[in-house]
Design a protein around this ligand. Structure first.
Ligand SMILES: NC(=O)c1ccc[n+]([C@@H]2O[C@H](COP(=O)([O-])OP(=O)(O)OC[C@H]3O[C@@H](n4cnc5c(N)ncnc54)[C@H](O)[C@@H]3O)[C@@H](O)[C@H]2O)c1
Length: 358
C-alpha cells in the first residue's frame, strides 16, 4: 500500500507530482520510502490523475489541473516534475521560486541555457534540485559503481553506450516527435539515460568536444511506430531524428561512443553500457560481466547483483538529500553538463563538424 503514510512532521517530506505519465513510477517509488508522503497530484488531464490516484490507492491526495495551485500550497515541500521536456524549465523554476525542492525528469531541459536557468534558480532558492536519472539507482548500477570506485578496472579510457529500438517511435504528432516540445528524438529521450550511466560510472569527467550525426529514415515515412506515446496520428509532426550516433571526448582522454535509435533495421533490440580500462572492462546489459586478465588470460566473471528497485532508490536518494541537507546526485549542475553534451551532438550533426564543449 502506498502513499498516505503517517510520519512525524520533521522527518517527513510532503510531495506533489506534476504529470502522471511517468509520474506513476515516481508514485510507486515514493510509496516505498517511509519519509515520503504524497499530498497532491497535478495533471492537465484531471481524469487521468484521478484514475492514477485510485490505481495507487492514494486516498487523501488533492487532484489539481493547474500546477500553480499545487505550488501555492505551503504544506508541500517537494515536487516531481514529470512533464513534456519543454515544460521542465518553466515549471521547475516556478517550483524552486515557490520554495519547493524539485526532482525533474530527464532531460533537465531542452537546451543547456534553460538547464542553467534551473540550476541558477536552485542556487538562489537554496532548495534541492535533482535530475531523475533512474538508471543510476538500479541494483546493477550500484554494484558496478562500487567496482568502478574500487579502481579494479584501472584507468577507464573508452566507453560504449547504446539503446537500440527496432520499432519504437513513441507516436506521431505527440510531444515526443515535435522538436519544439521534446528538444529532439531518441538522443534526448533515451540516449540521455545511457550516456548519463556511462559518464557517471566513469566518474563524470569533464566533456570537451563531441562529434555527432543524426538520421530520420522511418519517422518521416510514417514508419517505425512503437507502443509508447499518447497520440498516434500518422500525419502528425515528426521533425526529430530516429537514429543518433556520436563520440564524446573528455578532458582526461576518455571517449564514449553513443548509438541510439527509436527505429532501425537491425536484429538488436537492447541497451547497455560497456567501459574499458587499463586493468579490466565491463559490460552492463541485462546482467553485468567483468573482463580481466588472470594468469595472462582474458577472464570473464559475472557480477553478483543484490535485489533492489531503481525507482525506490531514486526517490529515497531525493528525500534523503532534503532531510540530511546533502547534494543530490545528479544535481542540476550535472544536468547542465549533460545538456551541453546532447546539444553539442545535435549541433555537430547539423554543422557536420566537431563541437567544442565548455
Ligand atoms: N525516467 C524514465 O524512465 C522516463 C520514462 C518516460 C518518460 N520520462 C520523462 O518524463 C517526462 C514525461 O514523459 P511521459 O512519458 O510521462 O509523458 P506523457 O505524455 O505520458 O505524460 C505527461 C503528462 O503531463 C501532463 N501535462 C502536460 N502538460 C501539463 C501541464 N502544463 N500541467 C500539468 N500536466 C501537464 C499530460 O496531461 C500527461 O498526462 C519527460 O520528460 C520524459 O522524458 C522518463
Amino acid at each position: 500500500m502506498a502513499a498516505n503514510k503517517k510520519t512525524s512532521a520533521n522527518n517527513s517530506v510532503r510531495v506533489g507530482i506534476i504529470g502522471v505519465g511517468i509520474g506513476q513510477a515516481h508514485i510507486k517509488g515514493y510509496s516505498k520510502v517511509p519519509q515520503a508522503n504524497i499530498a497532491a497530484l497535478c495533471d492537465l488531464d484531471e481524469n487521468r490523475a484521478r484514475q492514477v490516484a485510485g490505481d495507487n490507492k492514494l486516498e487523501n491526495v488533492d487532484i489539481v489541473s493547474d500546477y500553480r495551485a499545487l505550488l501555492d500550497r505551503s504544506d508541500i515541500d517537494a515536487v516531481s516534475v514529470c512533464l513534456p521536456n519543454s515544460l521542465h524549465a518553466p515549471i521547475a523554476i516556478a517550483a524552486l521560486q515557490a520554495g519547493k525542492h524539485v526532482i525533474c525528469e530527464k532531460p533537465l531541459a531542452t537546451t543547456s541555457k534553460e538547464a542553467q536557468k534551473i540550476a541558477d534558480a536552485a542556487t538562489k532558492s537554496g532548495k534541492k534540485c535533482m535530475v531523475a536519472q533512474v538508471k543510476r539507482f538500479g541494483p546493477e548500477a550500484r554494484a558496478l559503481k562500487q567496482i568502478m570506485e574500487s579502481g579494479a578496472l584501472g584507468n577507464i579510457y573508452y566507453g560504449h553506450a547504446f539503446w537500440l529500438r527496432k520499432r519504437g517511435i513513441p507516436g506521431y504528432g505527440g510531444w515526443f516527435t515535435t522538436k519544439a516540445m521534446s528538444g529532439g528524438g531518441p538522443l534526448i529521450d533515451i540516449g540521455v539515460h545511457l550516456l548519463d550511466a556511462a559518464w557517471w560510472l566513469a566518474g563524470c569527467p569533464q566533456p570537451v568536444a563531441v562529434m555527432g550525426a543524426t538520421y530520420a529514415e522511418f519517422g518521416p515515412k510514417g514508419k517505425g511506430l512503437g507502443g509508447w506515446g499518447v497520440q498516434k496520428n500518422p500525419k502528425g509532426t515528426f521533425d526529430v531524428e530516429d537514429l543518433a550516433v556520436g563520440l564524446i571526448r573528455f578532458a582526461n582522454g576518455m571517449t564514449i561512443n553513443l548509438e541510439v535509435s527509436w527505429a532501425l533495421h537491425t536484429e538488436r533490440e537492447n541497451q547497455g553500457v560497456e567501459l574499458f580500462g587499463s586493468d579490466g572492462g565491463c559490460e552492463w546489459t541485462n546482467s553485468v560481466a567483468l573482463f580481466r586478465e588472470v594468469n595472462n588470460l582474458p577472464t570473464v566473471s559475472k557480477l553478483e547483483i543484490p535485489s533492489g528497485d531503481a525507482w525506490q532508490g531514486e526517490m529515497q536518494h531525493f528525500i534523503d538529500s532534503i532531510l540530511n541537507d546533502t547534494t543530490p546526485d545528479p544535481d542540476a549542475a550535472q544536468g547542465v553538463w549533460m545538456m551541453k553534451m546532447l546539444e553539442g551532438l545535435y549541433k555537430s550533426a547539423e554543422t557536420k563538424r566537431e563541437v567544442v564543449i565548455k
